[in-house]
Design a protein around this ligand. Structure first.
Ligand code: ZN
Length: 212
């Protein structure tokens, strides 16, 4: 905790100076983020940092494994579904990004069926929402051995599953129909901080920007 408090002091006395006006403006005018950014709670994936975004730019949802439950998923209160509805219906974001990442603990747990224990019932049920990803792997990637390649395929398929799930929300369907909303599937590679975007025509994840 001491580290956090020291960080707050450093921010207030340093960087905040660059943001003072912006925070005041956002406080007075309210937020108007352009994008709903759904990514993993993983501490290494920082949406604002990797997209060079400022306060007010992104409406961020972080959850374990950047899973997007289908709209009809019931059970415990679904905060990700609530955030999707708020961002699409009220904030009127123009874009939704689902950003998976390499070395994702949630994906490993999904593949290993761990941790499936009585002490983590919420985690077990949450990961189970992405069970269709396992079916896709079995069907489309039977040749892949256990290991990094399979984990990457699972993380990418989980992003595509999330995009499919987004289509099950009526507020998303309406905005897609009138052409005012775009959906994007991204993958973040931690070691190099590279971003890849899904190309529906080529049916693969390609580098988002070409490095010079
Ligand atoms: Zn993760």
């Amino acid at each position: 905790m001491q580290r956090l408090i020291e960080g707050v002091h450093k921010f207030r006395s340093g960087e905040f100076g660059n943001y003072r006006k912006l925070f005041r403006k956002l406080s007075q005018e309210g937020q108007n983020p352009h994008t709903l950014f759904i990514t993993c709670s993983d501490s290494r994936v920082l949406a604002e940092l990797i997209t060079h975004s400022k306060p007010g730019d992104l409406f961020v949802v972080k959850n374990v494994g950047n899973i997007v439950p289908p709209a009809n998923a019931r059970g415990d209160t679904n905060s990700t579904a609530a955030a999707i509805e708020f961002a699409v219906e009220t904030l009127k974001v123009s874009d939704i990004v689902i950003c998976g990442h390499s070395q994702c603990g949630a994906i490993t747990a999904l593949l290993d069926k761990k941790p499936v224990s009585d002490s983590t019932p919420h985690l077990r049920d949450w990961l189970n929402l992405a069970a269709p990803v396992l079916e896709t792997l079995k069907k489309d990637y039977p040749h892949l051995p256990e290991g990094p390649a399979k984990e990457t395929a699972a993380a990418e398929e989980n992003v595509l599953f999330g995009l499919d799930s987004l289509h099950s929300y009526s507020c998303v369907q309406e905005r897609l129909m009138d052409g005012s909303l775009r959906l994007h599937g991204w993958f973040f590679k931690i070691a190099t901080a590279e971003l890849f975007a899904y190309d529906p025509e080529k049916r693969q994840f390609l580098p988002l920007v070409s490095e010079s």
